[in-house]
Design a protein around this ligand. Structure first.
Ligand code: IMP
Length: 445
């Protein structure tokens, strides 16, 4: 049994979807453990493109079981929409898609609160995806939220009016920012009864399923959404999402005990991007930003917003390696750097006269400047390269430098968007993580 968590080492959008898809043959099931339809990845399936936000892309692999774990916040509407798209394309989901009855529901008023709160923040806005993710986690922590398994029950009907009253009062107080009125409790109750009915075939005690599968020796891939620096505890607070996207969240968000998680793969983009507001030490503007955005097609899958772009930061990547216990790195979008003559990498932060070599939250307060080491570019196409020796020597130096600075082996190198455009470096890290199933991953590439 190997239960491996896949984590974004930056601010999300590192290309986790492709890595999850690539590693699927080594696992029996895929589980998500946090976030909701704020996440998104585009998956190619035959000649079709799918934008999936909630359901793991593993669903496109025949027979693969998928779990939406208790740590997620789930919009039933978004879930049914994805399901319809999958069914229209002939994907069979019966008997292999399970949704935790403990996951919290993104209620119809949650996106209204999200938008109104953002408008009220004005220039201090977070830049959320407006999907209602923050208000749903807030309602969970404040204990007026509803789990999917609560919807439509007598207890739900009894508690709903108080929750709606609370939301209506907040929306009324934000009316000046253009906030919409909350729907009535009666309207919401009717919607939720319908949701409860349609969700019934999917709702399960998913932690029990995972325990049973583990006891039968089966392996689960735990798919993190967003990234380390969007984690509500370890990220650039308050410019973060509302859940624990780091590896620790995988235990809480699935009900697997921490010692059942046997490893972590970190997905690191060869440069850096961020959507939404908040600190971004290596952000570039002008030509460099335009080049990275255009070559890397850096636009949000969920909101279509252009992503902010800049250079790789190995100081924060090392912090991410430590927080998540990352044993192997999947380096993505290397080919986006192909035409550059020089590639700066952030190796420290200067605050006043002092250079800090380790990441610290205090840096987020100060006026810090990145300290760069400039590496030589390779100025040759690497798209589709599958052998280490076939990479230009400067690209190998770039990767060796990342390994040394971050402290984990770069075992997978993505040199294009397609599954087959991935260089797999056999070695102790991947052998430990995937055990005997490494060959299946290489064969399925
Ligand atoms: P929220 O998760 O919608 O509350 O947004 C909080 C912050 O996380 C914003 O900066 C979003 O842009 C960012 N965010 C949320 N989900 C993703 C994602 O999947 N990729 C990248 N950024 C995300």
């Amino acid at each position: 049994m190997t239960n491996v968590v896949i984590i974004g080492m930056q601010w999300g959008d590192e290309g986790k979807g492709k890595i999850v898809d690539l590693l699927c043959p080594a696992f029996d099931a895929v589980a998500r453990y946090q976030g909701g339809h704020n996440a998104g990845h585009t998956v190619k399936f035959g000649d079709q493109h799918f934008s999936l936000h909630l359901i793991p892309s593993g669903i496109l692999r025949p027979g693969m079981r998928c779990i939406l774990g208790n740590g997620m916040v789930i919009s039933p509407e978004a879930f049914f929409r994805e399901l319809e798209k999958l069914h229209a394309a002939g994907v069979v989901t019966e008997g292999r898609l399970f949704v935790s009855n403990r996951a919290h529901a993104v209620m119809p008023y949650a996106p209204l609160l999200d938008q109104a709160r953002e408008a009220a923040r004005g220039k201090d806005k977070i830049g959320t995806t407006s999907r209602g993710i923050g208000p749903t986690y807030e309602a969970k922590a404040s204990r007026y939220g509803f789990r999917l398994g609560d919807l439509g029950t007598p207890l739900f009907e009894q508690r709903l009016p108080r929750a709606v009253e609370r939301v209506a009062a907040e929306l009324a107080s934000l009316a000046g920012t253009g906030a919409e009125e909350a729907p009535s409790a009666t309207e919401i109750a009717a919607v939720c009864r319908d949701w409860a009915e349609r969700l019934r075939p999917f709702l399960k005690d998913t932690e029990g399923l995972l325990h049973a599968w583990g006891e039968a020796g089966e392996s689960v891939l735990l798919e993190g959404a967003q990234g380390t620096f969007l984690d509500v505890d370890h990220g650039t607070f308050p410019f973060v999402t509302s859940s624990n996207s780091t590896a620790g969240g995988a235990a809480i968000g699935t009900g697997l005990p921490p010692n059942a998680i046997t490893g972590a793969v970190g997905v690191l983009k060869a440069y850096a991007t961020r959507v939404g507001e908040g600190p971004f030490a290596t952000e570039e503007t002008g030509e460099v930003e335009a080049h990275l955005r255009q070559r890397g097609n850096e636009y949000g899958t969920t909101t279509g917003r252009p992503r902010r772009c800049g250079w790789l930061d190995v100081v924060s990547a090392r912090y991410s390696r430590r927080i998540n216990g990352i044993q192997a790195i999947a380096l993505t979008k290397l080919d986006v750097l192909d035409s550059l003559a020089e590639i700066p990498v952030c190796v420290g932060y200067r605050v006043g006269g002092t250079v800090h070599r380790e990441y610290s939250m205090e840096l987020e307060h100060g006026d810090f400047e990145p300290v760069y080491k400039t590496l030589k570019g390779w100025q040759r196409e690497t798209v589709g390269t599958l052998e280490w020796e076939a990479l230009p020597p400067e690209a190998r130096d770039y990767i060796d430098f990342i390994e040394q600075e971050v402290g984990a082996s770069v075992s997978l190198i993505s040199t294009g968007p397609r599954r087959e455009e991935t260089l797999v470096r056999r070695g102790p890290a991947l052998e430990h993580l995937l055990e005997t199933r490494l060959d299946a991953v290489i064969a399925g590439r």
